[in-house]
Design a protein around this ligand. Sequence first.
Ligand code: CA
Ligand code: CA
Ligand code: CA
Ligand code: CA
Length: 399
Amino acid sequence: MTNVINSIFFALILVLITLPFVSSTTISMGDVYIEPGAISTTPIIIENVSHVGTIDITLFYNSSLVRISDASDSEFDFMHPVINNSAGYTRIGGMAYGDGLSGNVQLADLEFEAVGSADVTCSLCININEIKVADATETTIPANVQNSSISIINPPQSPGSLSSTVGCHWINWTWIDGNNNDMVEVLINDTWVMNSTMQYYNCTVFPHTVHIISLRGYNSDLGKYSSYVNQTVSIPNFAPAASASSMHLHNNIGSVYECKTLLDGSASSDPDGNLTHYQWDFGDETSGTDEVVEHIYTSCTWNATFYEPFIVNLEVGDDLDPQIYDGVTISVNVYIAGDTNADGKVNILDATLVGVEWGETCTDYWAGNENGDRADLNNDCKVNILDAVIIGACWGHTA
Ligand SMILES: [Ca+2]
Ligand SMILES: [Ca+2]
Ligand SMILES: [Ca+2]
Ligand SMILES: [Ca+2]
């Protein structure tokens, strides 16, 4: 006997497992979002219904916040709304002929009007008065309701406090989100670049170009954008930087025994272009115009104690109109011909220094060998007989 009961029990379980799952019928509306004073339409649906012939429901709401202005677009053959906004409800009846309606059936599109102010939410409560199948039995269909709500919210505001900082090759924009923004849409030069929840946008740009950013806020509940705010940014011409050096630390007058003073402006630069202007003032009322110049000094200044260096100025200019200039000043040491140790006299001390450095040659203009530079009186990068000859020829000269 026990075995028979067990068999029946398991057979029942098997039947229940193999029966297709049947969803219950539900009457529902989606949540509604609406601006103050605006009108929004949302459907009321009977989900998973079979052969419905008659429906009668009442929708309750707070009519000081929202009102229903219309109900239309029913799938039923006959639909009639009784709108009672003063009492805060709308009753809707529907009839379908023949076999009735099955599946997800739209009872009506309800047109809501927001009459309350923003930032309030109103419950939408459905009460089923009657739902019956479309046959002579008029059997009641078991059904649930899924209540929803209607929220009154202000439209998204445009972003504010839009500002920018720029470099030669970049722009950083920042802003503050307006109210009721889920995100901000970013356009650069009328081309969409991103939807952002951050309050900045950085981009790289070519120098001297002009760019327009356009921003508008978006509210996904309302499916609505704010108006645009725009800002135009012109990348300015950035200033060059002048840099100058004397290749030799120790130069001599070169008018009789040739000594070229080499002046180098090649470390000058422009961050966003090229340099097209080099103007040298050698400090002796002469000038030059190349990136790297050779100059022969014909005089020097001895103040009874030491040589006063020439004050050399280099001005560089970039390649835009209007040009931007930058200048730098350096000191250049120049001594009389034959004076290696800069003591204002040509004598045995100078000959000795040439002797000590005899045969030396230079790399990088005597960098790291300052005495070699002193002994190289003609700046030809060698300490040899030509330097010794200058001392001999100038022996006894004073500055
Ligand atoms: Ca420039
Ligand atoms: Ca000397
Ligand atoms: Ca030298
Ligand atoms: Ca030499």
